[in-house]
Design a protein around this ligand. Structure first.
Ligand SMILES: Nc1nc2c(ncn2[C@@H]2O[C@H](COP(=O)(O)OP(=O)(O)OP(=O)(O)O)[C@@H](O)[C@H]2O)c(=O)[nH]1
Ligand SMILES: [Mg+2]
Length: 478
């Protein structure tokens, strides 16, 4: 069995928390050519190293080029059998679709034969057979493969076989050079995470056309549901595209006189492009201990691994699983959720931008006034990119916003109610937690999935997250 070396994305030096989640990547791969055989004494050259992709729970590889060594030549003195080169293994995220973007060179491409994958490496011992990209033909005739199971391996460039009695004139086969395209499949743009009963499915119903089951008992949702949030151009602001038309100045509405620019002027029509809809995944509730497989366990978190962002949904009144269970405040629920997510796949879910929805705000006194006291940070994605937590820019609710009772509930409410204090405290707790955990919080959205209060703010925040150019830029910024 041949040795292998690994280009693991977990080995690089980019800090875990700030690594971006690029959806696509290109990888130039070059497998090694075989070594020369020895015609006069029947010697066999070593095989060239191959390039293998392995599905793991990780980000896209940061390397752009991967090259394997050539096999050693056969020699009377050094060894009748030349030394075979190591295969190179590159880890890529589970859920990546691999295809060939470009073949490089001429005769170097598509060499059939060479070492078989099973022989060449010990990779994927527990993950079944190694797949060979050259043998994975899609319906449209192109070569491509979906890496959707953890541990799956795919040989994307085979090493050339060493020259031997079986090859013409003992000449070796050459390696393969090609550009491989890696694309992450995504089931949804946004994932909802929260304790059971927080109102995730009710929120999905409010925001989208989905009709998930809703129940006043924990674990109503048993499998992921997808809802599509549509954006109305007039209400939600479509992209304005300006198109120019040259029109003869003395003859508006007639044929444009483009031959004589002095008499022509430009008229603009504005066109609103529709905002693309956003897909939201509602998954079963998570409770503390999920990483040890309590409740529904982590089974469903993989459905939100490939989203652009997360929405943490907490019930403003907190949560208890049953009457005998300890009651947890909304802030404690959020903390436990964050802890559970941190234990999942090295905390990769916490690298995504997120929104924190404080749901069931309608159960508070003066809910709409209280809701407006929480600053709206749903910036237009065209104007600003948020690469760090918005909380770093948000005011402390006590300092700059003075008191909720004067700024938000002026008029009919003059004193702090218990609800006001609770919301203030929650805001500060969330700020502390998100700063401590390094969350990329876009905003806190006070919401009532029942009455629709906060719906537009959430829509804007979702759009800001989805339209923000994520990915590699984040690495450079942080
Ligand atoms: N008062 C109030 N009740 C709500 C609100 N949103 C949801 N509820 C209620 O909370 C309960 C749980 O709602 P679900 O949407 O099923 O909660 P979930 O988070 O999907 O729960 P699981 O599927 O068990 O994880 C239901 O009785 C809802 O009617 C809200 O904004 N206000
Ligand atoms: Mg549900």
């Amino acid at each position: 069995m041949r040795a292998m070396s690994t280009h693991s994305t977990t080995d690089n030096s980019v800090p875990k928390r700030r690594r971006g989640y690029a959806d696509t990547a290109r990888l130039y791969v070059r497998s090694g050519s075989g070594g020369m055989g020895g015609a006069s004494y029947g010697g066999t050259g070593g095989d060239g190293g191959g390039i293998i992709l392995r599905a793991k729970r990780c980000g896209m590889p940061l390397v752009k080029r991967v090259q394997a060594e050539n096999g050693g030549n056969s020699s009377r003195k050094g060894g009748v059998r030349g030394v075979s080169a190591k295969d190179v293994v590159v880890d890529i995220p589970v859920g990546t679709v691999v295809s060939i973007e470009q073949e490089a060179g001429d005769g170097a491409v598509g060499i059939v034969g060479g070492n078989t994958a099973e022989e060449s490496t010990g990779v994927g011992k527990n993950s079944g057979k190694m797949h060979l990209l050259d043998e994975c033909i899609r319906d449209d005739g192109s070569k491509g493969f979906d890496m959707d199971k953890e541990g799956q391996t795919l040989m994307v460039a085979k090493g050339g076989r060493g020259g031997s009695i079986q090859t013409q004139d003992y000449n070796p086969e050459r390696g393969v050079r090609r550009v491989i395209k890696l694309e992450l499949k995504s089931i949804a743009d946004i994932g909802l995470v929260g304790f059971p009963n927080a109102g995730k499915s009710t929120l999905l119903t409010l925001m989208s056309d989905a009709k998930p089951a809703i129940g006043s008992y924990p674990f109503t949702t048993l499998r992921p549901q997808i809802g599509v949030v549509h954006y109305d151009n007039n209400l939600d602001g479509g992209t304005i595209l300006e198109t120019g038309t040259s029109v003869s100045s003395g003859d508006l509405g007639q044929q444009a006189n483009t031959d004589n620019p002095s008499t022509a002027h430009t008229q603009y029509t504005t066109v609103q492009l529709p905002r693309s809809p956003i897909k939201i995944a509602d998954i079963p509730g998570i409770i503390e201990g999920a990483s040890e497989n309590v409740g529904m366990g982590h089974k469903f978190l993989r459905h939100i691994e490939r989203t652009k962002g997360l929405v943490f949904v907490v019930d403003v009144n907190g949560f208890s699983l049953n009457v005998d269970d300890t009651h947890r405040s909304a802030a404690v629920c959020l903390e436990q959720l964050v802890n559970e997510l941190a234990r999942y796949s090295d905390g990769m879910l916490l690298t995504k931008p997120c929104i924190i929805v404080v749901n069931k705000i309608d159960t508070l006194e003066y809910s709409d006034k209280l809701a407006s006291a929480i600053p709206d940070t749903s910036v237009d994605p065209d104007e600003t990119h948020f690469k760090t937590s918005m909380f770093e820019k948000l005011p402390h609710i006590n300092e700059e916003m003075s008191d909720i009772d004067s700024s938000a509930t002026s008029g009919d409410v003059t004193t702090n109610t218990g609800d006001e204090l609770r919301l203030k405290e929650l805001y500060e707790d969330i700020r502390e937690l998100s700063t401590g955990a390094g969350l990329l919080v876009h905003s806190i959205v006070p919401l009532s999935a029942h009455t629709g209060l906060g719906r537009d703010r959430l829509k804007r925040a979702l759009r800001a997250i989805c339209e923000d150019t994520s990915g590699d830029d984040w690495d450079n910024e942080n």
